[in-house]
Ligand binder design. Structure first.
Ligand code: IPE
Ligand code: IPE
Ligand code: MG
Ligand code: MG
Length: 336
């Protein structure tokens, strides 16, 4: 059974990462094994999110980078690293949904919606703890070092983001730092750690890490675009909540620079109070679309995709390197 395709909205990853379909299934089996717990509520939270699907982007990055670095993509340590990456990601999603007060994730109710914040915060901790248990058993100190420092950065960025909530000036000053820390540092670490387990040469490792960082920036910009332009039937999560939660992402920051005439003043007055109603969010979206900044944000995401692909440069081990390039190419146009 190919368990990782449970989410029907992940065709772009399935076809782009076809060369790691078999190890991705192994990762899926490993995930189901390691999140078992004698404490039912802990494994319930984990299985709820696991079985709902998800694109498995981070495990795919680990596996493809290990392959691109010359390693064996079915090596049990590589499989465990990929599973650990998904566990860290899932933990961050469970926590993120508490913080963002969202109701839907991967097409099902969020853990916080189903079990409340207390169980969700602890369930998220359980997922991250399980990840580090897997990482410890891999026995590569460099991998633990890279992923621990990344987990610190992710947490710091979530804190910074929470501090900026409702503060457009804070977002203007910190947007890039926030998305680098919460998303790009992690995708970079997935690629770098895949390369470490492959015993790749330092230059290959650095190129894969650089690829992962630019991939993550493009990925988060497109996530921010999906929040304002996407369809929750396709993304499987709430849309339109960034503005109601006071998160002013790239399209909005660009609209502040590019809106003209009465729209400029109107936009300022809509954003200044910090938290928007659904109707006000729709008005911001209209202004953003009319002044062309949603297209501009997509172009910026595409620039990062190009940078990511350039980092792959003349890396050896064709099929995996090619698959990374193809995966990156579809990031800016994904709809889920
Ligand atoms: C969502 O990540 C969080 C971000 C960093 C944007 P994904 O879009 O990869 O979520 P899943 O794993 O497919 O559910
Ligand atoms: C990414 O930011 C969150 C994490 C890194 C966990 P978002 O808050 O935009 O992610 P979504 O949109 O809820 O998936
Ligand atoms: Mg969120
Ligand atoms: Mg988002």
């Amino acid at each position: 059974m190919c368990a990782y395709v449970l989410n029907p909205h992940t065709e772009w990853l399935r076809s782009d990462a076809a060369c790691v379909a078999q190890p991705l299934d192994m990762v899926e089996a490993r995930l189901a094994e390691v999140v078992a717990s004698e404490v039912n509520a802990a494994s319930d939270v984990a299985f709820h999110l696991l079985e709902a699907g998800g694109k498995r982007v981070r495990p795919a990055l680990v596996l493809l980078s290990a392959g691109a670095g010359g390693g064996n993509v079915c090596d049990p340590k590589v499989i465990d690293l990929a599973a650990a990456a998904e566990l860290v990601h899932m933990g961050s999603l469970v926590h993120d949904d508490v913080v963002d007060e969202t109701r839907e994730r991967r097409g099902v109710p969020t853990a916080s919606g189903k079990w409340g914040n207390k169980i969700s915060v602890l369930g998220g901790d359980f997922l991250v703890a399980k990840a580090f248990l897997l990482l410890a058993a891999i026995g590569k100190p460099e991998v633990i070092e890279v992923l621990s420092s990344t987990a610190v950065r992710m947490t710091e960025s979530e804190v910074l983001q929470a501090e900026c909530e409702g503060d457009v000036h804070g977002w203007r000053a910190n947007y890039w730092q926030i998305i680098k820390g919460k998303t790009a540092a992690f995708t970079a670490a997935c690629c770098e750690c895949g390369a470490i387990l492959a015993e790749a040469r330092p230059e290959t490792r650095a190129r894969l890490a650089a690829f992962g960082e630019d991939f993550g920036l493009a990925f988060q910009i497109s996530d921010d675009l999906l929040d304002i332009l996407g369809d929750s039937a396709e993304t499987g999560k709430d849309v339109g909540t960034d503005l109601t939660q006071g998160k002013f992402t790239l399209p909005v920051l660009l609209a502040l620079q590019h809106a003209a005439g009465p729209d400029q003043a109107r936009l300022q007055s809509l954003l200044e109070p910090g938290f928007l109603s659904a109707d006000q969010a729709r008005e911001v979206l209209r202004i953003a679309v009319e002044c062309g900044v949603t297209g501009m944000a997509r172009e910026i995401a595409l620039d990062y995709v190009e940078n990511a692909r350039a980092s792959l440069g003349c890396l050896p081990y064709g099929i995996y390197t090619n698959a990374l390039g193809t995966l990156a190419a579809s990031v800016a146009d994904r709809n889920a």
